[in-house]
Design a binder for this molecule. Structure first.
Ligand code: CMX
Length: 441
């Protein structure tokens, strides 16, 4: 069965569950809200629903119920590789089913029909100052594609229908995941390779083609596949996924929604942390002035950062309370790739991993002293020659598109409402605090 038919069946089978939950059990209480949660970024309030992935604080992410190693093991592999194609992961993320090889082949084929990017998108990016941040370029590129949104076209057709609206989100979502790596490669070549552009190779899967388009080596094909899959989804409360969901909940089409999501990903407390990690390391190495990194000077650099009131990039997490399995998957890649495990930058990152949790624990502020995905990802890019670290968040954004687009396809399939939480005033909080809590009846 095709991806779309499989998805249609799944969405239609799922709808009665949501109807039953809202109509028959809608008033059952599942959470409480405290004052510190209101002020502190809505942390831990259970008020979003997604079946695409789930983040356990101890265990880390599961995509469609599978851990990262289980996901990599289960999916059909790219030809000549031990890694799955991004296309097979897209099928899995959307449907929850591990695709058969013919289903993967079909997605790979369809992906190619969707990956053409109109020239006006490239013109819009070229019109920006060349020293614009690549995330600005990526966000502009996605927004420039909006003109052809099939969802917006359907909405404006006068025939809008809630039951079939998801099919148009699906069309836009599929176009976005197919086109975003092409736009990202264009930005890379524009900014860092003197605008020497490389054409799509229609024989290659998504990850391999991205490697080809940025002029990378054979081995980088697996780096791209792994990287895009690992960064795809982290349930729906993180800034990029939540923003995408929020914006789309107003029935803004997927282009508006994901451009907004990318703008959230570009924050240093979120996706931009991967660039900050490399910036931190380079600054540290500069200060060493040729001396070898040691546990002592790494400890000092960490304390200098904390004492200056800054965060240690790549460490801590709003949900996780142990080392991020996405960090471990990338560390494993480094340890098992000849050359990479002896790379000085990897050794330094490994030394920071040994040192930072102790320092952060002693510092005593963060609830999670362990590394997140961003602490490890730059090393691999750097090793393969992608040394322009302000580009790293773009790579994150290419991967994150998979999760965000799968999520909003399902949002529309299940008819989730426009998002509109309720605000209160500081006076109200003070009054309820004095009364020992807000009277709920
Ligand atoms: N270094 C120093 N201080 C840190 C810290 C870190 N890595 N992580 C958290 N803290 C501090 C917070 O700033 C906060 O301080 P204040 O009380 O002064 O405001 C305190 O510890 C408590 O924070 P928390 O509850 O542990 O963490 P939050 O849920 O508020 O924030 C996060 C989570 C990720 C923003 C934070 O850990 C951080 O800033 N980390 C560094 C940036 C980073 O790596 N971001 C990437 C996260 C993954 C991703 O989205 O890509």
């Amino acid at each position: 069965m095709s991806l779309k038919e499989t998805l249609k069946q799944k969405i239609e089978a799922h709808r009665p569950r949501i109807t039953k939950l809202t109509k028959e059990m809608g008033k059952i209480i599942i959470d409480q809200v405290s004052i510190d949660q209101c002020i502190g970024g809505a942390r831990d309030i259970r008020s979003l629903v997604t079946d695409i992935s789930y983040l356990d604080p101890q265990e880390g992410i599961r995509f469609r119920g599978k851990t990262i190693p289980e996901t990599f093991a289960a999916l059909p592999k790219a030809a000549g590789s031990t890694y799955p194609t991004v296309e097979s992961f897209w099928f899995f993320l959307l449907t929850g089913d591990v695709p058969t090889q013919p289903q993967v082949d079909e997605v790979v084929k369809e992906w190619k029909t969707r990956q053409g990017v109109p020239s006006y998108v490239f013109d819009a990016i070229r019109a920006l100052p060349r020293d614009s941040h690549p995330m600005v370029m990526l966000s502009v590129g996605i927004l420039a594609l909006q003109k052809d949104s099939k969802f917006a076209g359907f909405y404006n057709s006068g025939k809008f229908n809630k039951m079939t609206a998801w099919e148009y989100v699906y069309e836009d979502a599929y176009d976005i995941v197919a086109r975003i790596p092409i736009i990202a490669a264009f930005i890379y070549n524009l900014k860092y390779r003197g605008d020497k552009q490389i054409a799509i190779d229609p024989k290659l899967d998504m990850g391999a083609n991205f490697a080809h388009m940025i002029g990378q080596s054979e081995q980088y094909k697996d780096v791209a596949r792994m990287y895009f899959i690992l960064h795809s989804d982290h349930e729906s409360g993180n800034v990029s996924a939540h923003t995408t969901h929020l914006v789309h909940s107003a029935l803004s089409d997927p282009y508006y929604a994901y451009s907004a999501g990318l703008n959230g990903l570009a924050g240093p407390l979120h996706g931009l942390a991967n660039q900050e990690v490399l910036g931190w390391i380079m600054e540290f190495q500069k200060k060493l002035n040729g001396a070898a990194p040691t546990k002592e000077n790494v400890t000092k650099a960490l304390w200098d950062t904390l004492n200056a009131g800054q965060v240690v990039p790549g460490y801590g997490h709003a949900v996780l309370r142990k080392t991020d399995p996405r960090y471990m998957a990338q560390r494993e890649f480094c340890l098992t790739t000849p050359g990479l495990k002896d790379d000085p930058l990897f050794k330094l990152v490994a030394m920071i991993f040994e040192t930072a949790p102790g320092v952060l624990t002693e510092h005593g502020k963060t609830k999670n002293p362990w590394p997140n995905v961003d602490a490890q990802s730059g090393v691999i890019q750097w090793y393969y020659g992608v040394k322009e670290w302000d580009f790293y968040t773009v790579l994150f954004g290419v991967g994150r598109a998979l999760g965000c687009m799968a999520n909003i396809t399902w949002d529309r399939g299940l008819g989730y409402a426009i998002e509109r939480p309720k605000s209160v005033t500081t006076d109200m909080l003070e009054k309820w605090a004095a009364e020992g809590g807000r009277k709920l009846s």
